[in-house]
Each structure stands twice: as structure tokens, then as C-alpha cells.
Design a protein around this ligand. Structure first.
Ligand SMILES: Nc1ncnc2c1ncn2[C@@H]1O[C@H](COP(=O)(O)OP(=O)(O)O)[C@@H](O)[C@H]1O
Ligand SMILES: N[C@@H](CCC(=O)OP(=O)(O)O)C(=O)O
Length: 367
């Protein structure tokens, strides 16, 4: 059956430790993706490797750590990366397109929809869109950093049938196999729990950025959007097709039965919160388990400057983020009424459009 597939390839699979593009690897992946196309699938590629491919060329001895150095290396490496993909796909008669995206492109629904429409047109014309983060213009606090999150957002945007995150490890293990050789592999994860996060650990190889942790983050975003995820290794002919067919060397993450609406996906994973509020345990329960709206009485503290209609992050008393929502108050209004009963709020403020601080329809649980 034909379907739309997003393939994400990490730096560790595309470059050597010395900082050069592994052209053989690119030729191999292009051939495998051409195979998926020949089998009737639509393919989108999210690729890392610009920094890794460019740092030696620009004159650095090791992968740079400073933002402006990484950006400079990416500017050199991105051109090399695209040139290599273009040549490799052209050998199979496939045209490629470059899409460089930033987090802000997803924060604005208009820009996101425009990107979506461009992708649709490219796929319609038989082109393979090749996506990377626009490293040159991304500032630190608005960076995806790794491309795992980006691939999940792209997969949700195009309503992919599968997201395949390819890396140098054949899936998620019970501990980092580099440090724990006796770790065992999970072939299937039905729910991404705290335990799964704990074993995914910190940053990854010397070439990559996100490690397993960011891949699990990505799996959470994609599966909540209704896209099943594979994290694993593709090194031999047929591995990629096997990954699509459920026979891959890696870990499969199931989708939630009821996938989130695009509106809630945007709220949870693409919007930029402009402030945060801390709520008490009663309000936490009401929001997470009761499916209720947040009322002023449950708000303990307000941080940041925001206006009604902005998105804020909601934290519990242990400072853990429990979700995000669209706020119905300006921050100074909310400071005046936090902890108050609803009747007192009406007396304190003359004109409120809504009593709820965050309405349940404008809320997403992230805990
Ligand atoms: N529990 C785990 N299971 C598998 N790999 C893990 C785990 N914890 C950490 N890792 C590390 O994550 C690395 C992959 O992440 P990364 O280097 O960012 O890859 P990429 O460049 O492909 O995105 C692996 O090489 C491995 O060392
Ligand atoms: N946009 C960056 C991606 C950074 C990175 O290393 O990502 P990844 O290998 O996916 O963890 C690049 O192309 O170098």
C-alpha cells in the first residue's frame, strides 16, 4: 500500500568523525529511498549533517561548540550536503528540493501552512523535499538543535504514515550501549513513560546533537499527532523497506489511538509560550485528570509578560511542566486575581471576557 514516509537521517550516519561527508552513505540512502519511491511511496527527507560536513572544510579541527561557528560551518556544509543528495538522487531520475526551516516557521500557523502547501506541491510534482534546520538564522533559544524534533513536526504537518528516524544505533536500549554493553533493546514501545525517558539518557555521539533523548521526544510528538515512529539503523540494502514493513532493526513506537487535532498539536509542540504560571495540586488534577478548565483560584504564581490570547506554560508545585494553554488574561490582570474565588474575581475586575484562566478546549497536557 502506498503511503507518505518521512525519513530522518542523523549526522552520525552521514559524516565521518574527522568531519567529512560520507558520500558513499548518501549514495546508499538515496538508492534505498528511490526504492521506496519505486514501491509507490511518497518520500520526504529530513537530514542533518551540515555542521558535521562543513567544519573541517571551513578550517576548524573539531565540531564547533559556539553558535556562530556552528552557523558558519553549517552554511558551508549545507551546500555540500545538498550537492551530494542532488547527485545521488539524480542517478535515479529523482529531482530534489531544499527546505530550510526554523522553529519560528512552526510558531506561526500561517508560515507553517505555507510550508505545508509547498511540500504538497513538491510531492505532487514527484520531487523529494529535503529538509534541514535553517542554522544560519536560528538563534540559540529558538533552535531545534537536533533535527529529531523537526522531523516529528514535519511528519505531523504532512500527516505521514510513518516517521523513520535513522541513527547509528539499532533502536532504544535499556541504557546507552556505549556505556552499558549488557543493555537490551526494546523492539516495541506502546507508551512513552518517565521510565523510557530515563533510559534514553543525555546527548549522543560526538557527531550528533540530540542523542536518544531527543529521538524519544520526537517519537512522543509524532505519535501524539497520529504518526507511528521507527528509531533504528539502516545500513544494508533492504533495511529501509524492512523498517517500513515493520521488520526493521530498531524500536517501533505506537500511535495513540486518538491522535491530537492540528490545533492541539500546534499548541503543544509548535507554539512559543510567552510566560508561565504555577498551579496548585487541585488545579493540576482538574486539568490533567478531570478535563476541566483552569480557574484563578488554582493559580499560585505568574511569570513573564503576556496578553490574553497568548500561549503560556503551566507548571505544578514541583516546577514540572504539565501542559500549555491559551491564556484569557493579561499577566498583570492575572497577578491581581491569582488564588481568588470566582465571585471575588468578578468583583475585582470589571471586564473579563472569560473567567477561566485557560479553557479546557485551549489546553494540552504534556506531562
Ligand atoms: N538508551 C539508549 N539506547 C540507544 N542509544 C542511546 C541510549 N542512550 C543514549 N544513546 C546514544 O544516542 C546516540 C544516537 O544519537 P545521536 O548521536 O544524536 O545520533 P544522530 O546523529 O543519528 O541523530 C547513540 O549513538 C547512543 O550512544
Ligand atoms: N542542522 C544541524 C543538525 C544538528 C545535528 O547534529 O542533528 P542530529 O545529528 O540529528 O542530532 C546540521 O545539519 O548540522
Amino acid at each position: 500500500m502506498s503511503s507518505r514516509i518521512v525519513v530522518k537521517i542523523g549526522s552520525s550516519s552521514l559524516t565521518s568523525v574527522e568531519g567529512a561527508l560520507n558520500r558513499e552513505a548518501i549514495i546508499f540512502f538515496a538508492r534505498e529511498m528511490a526504492g521506496l519511491r519505486a514501491a509507490g511511496h511518497e518520500v520526504l527527507l529530513v537530514t542533518s549533517g551540515a555542521v558535521a560536513a562543513g567544519f573541517r572544510e571551513i578550517g576548524y579541527n573539531a565540531r564547533p561548540r559556539l553558535l556562530h561557528e556552528k552557523q558558519a560551518a553549517a552554511a558551508v556544509g549545507q551546500a555540500l550536503l545538498m550537492q551530494a543528495y542532488q547527485q545521488a538522487f539524480a542517478a535515479h531520475g529523482i529531482v530534489t528540493a531544499q527546505l530550510l526551516l526554523t522553529r519560528t516557521d512552526f510558531c506561526s500557523r500561517k508560515r507553517m501552512n505555507n510550508a505545508g502547501m509547498t511540500v504538497e506541491e513538491l510531492l505532487k510534482q514527484g520531487v523529494i523535499p529535503i529538509v534541514n534546520e535553517n542554522d544560519t538564522v536560528s538563534v540559540d533559544e529558538l533552535k531545534f538543535g537536533d533535527n529529531d524534533t523537526l522531523s516529528a513536526l514535519v511528519a505531523n504537518l504532512v500527516k505521514a504514515r510513518h516517521l523513520l528516524i535513522l541513527t547509528d544505533m539499532d533502536g532504544l536500549y535499556s541504557g546507552d550501549p556505549r556505556k552499558h554493553p549488557d543493555a537490551v533493546r526494546y523492539s516495541h514501545v506502546t507508551e512513552i513513560t518517565e521510565e523510557i525517558y530515563a533510559i534514553a539518557g543525555g546527548a549522543g555521539s560526538s557527531l550528533g546533537t540530540g542523542g536518544m533523548r531527543s529521538k524519544v521526544d520526537a517519537a512522543k510528538i509524532a505519535t501524539r499527532g497520529g504518526v507511528p515512529v521507527f528509531i533504528g539503523k539502516v545500513t544494508a540494502h533492504g533495511d529501509l523497506q524492512n523498517a517500513v514493513d515493520g521488520q526493521g532493526r530498531g524500536t517501533y513506537f505506537d500511535t495513540k489511538l486518538s491522535s491530537l487535532s492540528m490545533k492541539k498539536q500546534w499548541l503543544g509542540f509548535m507554539s512559543t509560550p510567552l510566560g508561565s504560571i504555577i498551579v496548585d495540586t487541585g488545579a493540576e488534577k482538574a486539568l490533567i485528570h478531570g478535563g476541566h478548565s483552569l480557574l484563578p483560584v488554582g493559580v499560585k504564581q505568574v511569570e513573564g509578560h503576556f496578553h490574553a490570547g497568548d500561549v503560556v506554560e503551566v507548571l505544578n508545585t514541583e516546577a514540572v511542566v504539565i501542559g500549555r494553554g491559551v491564556i484569557n488574561y493579561d499577566d498583570d490582570q492575572l497577578r491581581q486575581v491569582c488564588g481568588m474565588s470566582s465571585s471575588d474575581v468578578y468583583q475585582k475586575i470589571d471586564s473579563i471576557h472569560r473567567l477561566e484562566v485557560v479553557h479546557r478546549d485551549e489546553w494540552i497536557t504534556l506531562k
